[in-house]
Design a protein around this ligand. Structure first.
Ligand code: PLP
Length: 434
């Protein structure tokens, strides 16, 4: 008989071990404040994936992680439903060498966050189905996470979403994406900063008035978001004879952590480049393990404006500094480098890269010579350029056509609740929606 044990999880702070996926998923953060890391890594047969579709690979890989917690037929439904969109690999001929762009932005909200949010939503729905339980997912957002979570969880039986964003601090496109009316989703525009939104979410978990509401969070530290993010590294690597080098535009390091987890299970790879904007704690740390977190700096690749990456604790727990420095090389660029990168790529290939992808292409250009010439290079393209027209259009000197997903938003009804940055106002909203 085949033994299909699910991987268990421990807290990075040592307070818990042997935790099931279900508890790790619904807790988000461990009770001791740590992040959940896998206790063991499954062995995966990478040689069998060539020629398979993305959802097919997803089922085979996730089955090794989830074991018999989910029947295979249900897992297959979840994967086909979550990953219904294309994942194209575009090859660009740049002077520094062939550069493959892995477009992870063809989901409903046009960023890679759709992979994590859609899968996590379906995983949660699966585990609460038939239990009669209801949960409320709280999330504070300043960008792509919010719309991916709102869209990924919308209309799920038993799940409500309450989403907070700082009023006036997201772009017009992002605001549209956040505030279109979705079933089961309440969006609050908060008179305050992102940090205030985040602290309101944190305190809600300790609010006695909300004792009867089962709260959960969907931020990037949730293990339910990391599992599906391993899949595109695996899918891409299956298409190459020679193991590729992956360049990952990074902020909270969730994407990179997923790549490192996949590498731990035997992913054929030549390693990773961590591409950062001026928020360069992680590249600094790779060079010198005394580097410290710092306050975040605003840049034009704003989804990567993170001074204290939340997944760093997880990475540093899974491997030693020397192991990480052997597997990952870091690089950081300025806004002016990023603009020049967008302009250069467009002039040479007519390819419109978004600012985050442009950071990746530029870091790869600078670092690729230290890797073999025959190594395929893949840049993860994290968002669609049309999400950032204010930045991309001046750099390219042309206007972008909007994809259907954005055009459709123009005709949809919006719904938003304005609240002050006060804990009791969030409490009131949560009670009225749960
Ligand atoms: C979230 C995000 C990133 C950063 O990803 P992390 O997993 O936080 O490192 C990069 N680019 C875009 C467009 C994003 O939305």
């Amino acid at each position: 008989m085949q033994n299909r044990m699910a991987v268990k999880y421990s807290s990075t702070r040592g307070g818990e071990s042997g935790v099931s996926l279900i508890d790790a998923l619904f807790n988000g953060l461990a009770p001791d404040g740590g992040l959940y890391v896998p206790d063991s890594l499954p062995e995966i047969e990478f040689s069998t994936f060539h020629g398979m579709t993305f959802p097919e690979i997803a089922v085979l890989v996730l089955k090794k992680w989830i074991g018999d917690l989910i029947p295979e037929n249900d897992l297959r439904d979840i994967c086909h439903d979550a990953f219904f969109f294309e994942v194209p690999l575009i090859s660009l001929d740049l002077p520094e060498g062939k550069t493959n762009i892995l477009e992870l932005f063809h989901g409903p909200t046009l960023s890679f966050k759709d992979f994590g949010a859609r899968f996590m939503a379906r995983l949660m729905r699966h585990f609460i189905a038939g239990t009669g339980k209801r949960i409320t997912v709280l999330v504070a957002t300043s960008g792509d996470t919010g719309s991916a979570v709102a869209d990924g969880f919308a209309g799920m039986d038993g799940i409500r979403v309450v989403l907070l964003y700082p009023k006036g601090q997201v772009s017009p496109t992002q605001e549209r994406q956040l505030t279109v009316k979705r079933k089961g989703v309440t969006v609050c525009s908060v008179d305050g900063s992102f940090d205030q939104c985040q602290s309101m979410v944190k305190q809600a978990f300790f609010d006695p008035e909300l004792d009867d509401v089962k709260l959960s969070s969907a931020n990037s530290i949730n293990i339910g978001r990391l599992l599906p993010q391993m899949l595109y590294y695996i899918w891409t690597s299956a298409g190459f004879e020679t193991p590729p080098l992956f360049c990952v535009p990074s902020g909270n390091l969730g994407n990179l952590t997923a790549g490192v987890m996949a590498a731990g299970t035997g992913l054929p790879t030549a390693g990773f480049l961590a591409a950062h904007n001026r928020n360069d704690f992680f590249p600094q740390w790779l060079k010198n393990c005394d580097a410290q977190f710092s306050a975040s700096i605003r840049t034009i690749s704003n989804a990567m404006d993170v001074g204290a990456p939340s997944n760093f604790e997880r990475l540093a727990h899974m491997m030693t500094h020397d192991q990480l420095a052997g597997l990952i090389e870091g690089g950081a660029v300025t806004d002016s480098d990023t603009r020049q990168s967008m302009t250069r790529i467009f002039r040479m290939t007519s390819y419109p890269a978004d600012p985050h992808t442009a950071v990746g292409v530029e870091v790869l250009r600078r670092k690729r010579s230290s890797h073999g010439e025959d190594i395929p290079c893949v840049v993860l393209s994290t968002a669609h350029p049309a999400k950032f027209p204010e930045i991309v259009e001046p750099a390219l000197g042309t206007s972008l056509s909007s994809p259907r997903e954005l055009l459709d938003l123009q005709t949809r009804e919006t719904s938003v609740v304005h609240i002050p940055a006060q804990n009791e106002d969030l409490t009131r909203v949560v009670l009225s929606t749960s």
